[in-house]
Design a protein around this ligand. Structure first.
Ligand SMILES: CC(C)(COP(=O)(O)OP(=O)(O)OC[C@H]1O[C@@H](n2cnc3c(N)ncnc32)[C@H](O)[C@@H]1OP(=O)(O)O)[C@@H](O)C(=O)NCCC(=O)NCCS
Length: 172
C-alpha cells in the first residue's frame, strides 16, 4: 500500500470515493451525499489540497494505483488549540477492508501528527454503533473520554457520538 498526502490532482478520485463513502455509510459521517454531490472538481481540489496555513491535510491510501481510503488531519490555527489535532472522515473502500489499510492509514496519520511541533493529543469522534472503527481506534491506543448523546440525526434516527483521544506525550 502507498500512503501519501492528497493534492489537487487527486480531486477526481477523491470525489468519487468520498461520494461512495457518503452513500455507503451515512452514519459514519456528519456530511451527507447531498451536501457534496454538486461540488465542482475545483471545490473538491481546494478541500484536499494541503492548506497553506497547515490547518488541514488529507492523507490517502492507495491499493495498486487506485485511491482506496482517506482521512483528514485538522490542526486548528488558534494558539490556544494548537496542541490538539483532530482526525475526521476516515474511510476505506469496502473491497479493500480487513487488509490492514485502515490501520496503515491511521498509523501514518499518527506519525504525521507526531512530526508537527507542539502537538500533544489527537482527537476524533465516532458513531457509538461503529464497532469496526472503535475497535481499530482502541487497538491503536485511543481512549474514549466522552459520549455526546444524539449527536447525529439521520432521517429521524439519532446516534450518539463517542469521543476518543490519543495522548502523544504519554507513550501512546
Ligand atoms: C473503520 C475502517 C476504516 C477500517 O478499515 P480497514 O481497512 O478494514 O481496517 P484494517 O483492515 O486495517 O483493520 C484494523 C483493525 O480494525 C478492527 N476492525 C476492522 N474492521 C472490523 C470489523 N468489521 N469488526 C471488528 N473489528 C474491525 C480490527 O481490530 C482490525 O484488526 P485485525 O484485522 O487485525 O483484527 C473501515 O471499516 C471503514 O471505512 N468503515 C466505514 C467508514 C467508517 O466507519 N469510518 C470511520 C468513521 S469514524
Amino acid at each position: 500500500m502507498i500512503i501519501r498526502l492528497l493534492h489537487a490532482e487527486d480531486a477526481q478520485a477523491y470525489k468519487k470515493l468520498r461520494l461512495s463513502a457518503l452513500q455507503e455509510c451515512p452514519s459514519a459521517f456528519s456530511a451527507s451525499y447531498e451536501d457534496e454531490v454538486d461540488l465542482s472538481i475545483d471545490e473538491v481540489a481546494a478541500r484536499i489540497q494541503p492548506a497553506a496555513d497547515g490547518s488541514v491535510y488529507v492523507l490517502g491510501v492507495f491499493h495498486i494505483d487506485d485511491l482506496a481510503g482517506f482521512v483528514a488531519i485538522i490542526h486548528p490555527p488558534r494558539a490556544k488549540l494548537r496542541h490538539n489535532v483532530e482526525l475526521a472522515g476516515m474511510y476505506v473502500d469496502p473491497s479493500c477492508r480487513r487488509h490492514g489499510l485502515g490501520r496503515g492509514l491511521l498509523g501514518a496519520a499518527i506519525d504525521h501528527v507526531r512530526s508537527i511541533d507542539g502537538v500533544r493529543q489527537i482527537k476524533l469522534g465516532v458513531n457509538a454503533t461503529n464497532m469496526a472503527a472503535k475497535t481499530l481506534y482502541q487497538s491503536m491506543g485511543f481512549e474514549r473520554f466522552g459520549v455526546e448523546p444524539d449527536a447525529l440525526n439521520i432521517d429521524g434516527r439519532f446516534y450518539d457520538e463517542e469521543h476518543y483521544m490519543l495522548r502523544l506525550n504519554s507513550g501512546g
